[in-house]
Design a protein around this ligand. Sequence first.
Ligand SMILES: [Zn+2]
Length: 167
Amino acid sequence: MNHDIRRAFQYFFRACLLKCPECGTKPIFMSIFRVRRLRDYFTPLDGCPRCGYAYERELGYFLLSIWAINYGGGSILGIMIYCYLEYFYHLSLPLLLVCVISPVVLFNFFFARHSKAFFIALDHYFDPHVKNGEGGGDGGSNTKEPPAPATPVAPQRAPTPEPGVLV
Ligand SMILES: [Zn+2]
């Protein structure tokens, strides 16, 4: 139990630093100085160059991170700002909308990377895809499960009718 809590904090702090949850040394995203397109900013790298941890396990993997963590965090922030402004300042509705929505949009943009990193850490904590299940990863010694070997399937052909037989 104690080990689990220590591991949870370890993954959490690695996610705060946008580092690989497994080894904690390599970044999950491209460096901000190398980003040329908006897509590069939001898209994680394919995997950790050190330990080989795959950041995106499947297509649509980060859907929950955006909907639950990023939008959820933005909604909570918006509600807190709204309550604060409504309680202390009594602003007009247009000004109140601008004051609430603007920081939420900025928050969602800048928190998008962290929401994905938190989701990777959360997923790795509850469903680690390493062989020994330790997940400590101090030296990146854990190895990934090898992918299931693809068995080639012979293409099925439709039966050819025998010559001379009318159907
Ligand atoms: Zn790694």
